[in-house]
Design a binder for this molecule. Sequence first.
Ligand SMILES: [Zn+2]
Length: 294
Amino acid sequence: MENISQCQICGESEFSEFLKCTDHFLTKENFTIVKCNYCGFTFINPRPEPAALQRYYDSPEYISHSGTNKGIINSLYNKVRNYTHNKKIKIVSEYSKGKTILDIGCGSGELLNLFNKHNWETLGVEPNSNARNFANAQYGIEVLDEHQINEIPSSSKDVITMWHVLEHVAGLNERMAEVKRILKDNGVVLIAVPNRISFDATYYGEFWAAYDVPRHLYHFTPDSIKKLFEKHGFSLIKTLPMKFDSYYVSMLSEKYKTGKNKLLKALHIGLRSNLKARKNKNSYSSLIYIIKNS
Ligand SMILES: [Zn+2]
């Protein structure tokens, strides 16, 4: 295990225990999430060494890399994904000044394939070799391995996107520095991450599926995202809700909590989360952050 001695956002080194969580998805191992006493950033500590993290993704069910329609949750997920893909293209097109996109954590390339069809120049980065090869063979998309990010030319992209990716990245500040280097001066970054101050996070506590330890190394809030990006010379323009995530996360959380598919209960909690967030727009289950280079 690797001990994190300095907060990756503010650099201070005093933390308090925040929550103990189990890897409900795969190994049933326990992990501790700590909170920085200075800036409030929450992260797993200690955490598996970067090389040891890979085995926590070794499941055929790991949904980010599977196109399967098996099971009601997967099937719903795939339907919603088609809808959200189109929405993402709309949002990216609205905020970008040009049409070159780098999608870090592009999975099997479905979204980049749609961008291609809208005449974008696409490049993907994906650590999973099966997903990477699929994207290339199926859609003809150029996809690099994670360690090749440093080969991408500086100031070469109008948009860099990371959809539910940043919470998985072991070298957080190094990744931020690369994003800064690759983005054009007038470029934008769009990232989506789960929001640990959402109603569904509070309601489910240790069973909240978006804690997803140890695959999710960090548990961001609007405040920690703002601090992290400002530290690297960006500024936050806007946040947008991801309204389907509260339902999906609640379905998984109910399963972790009760061992059953409590769909109606999950829909109820998902709806409550979205309704509460109408009053506080920073409290949706997951948020899209639109960030500009500055
Ligand atoms: Zn801190």
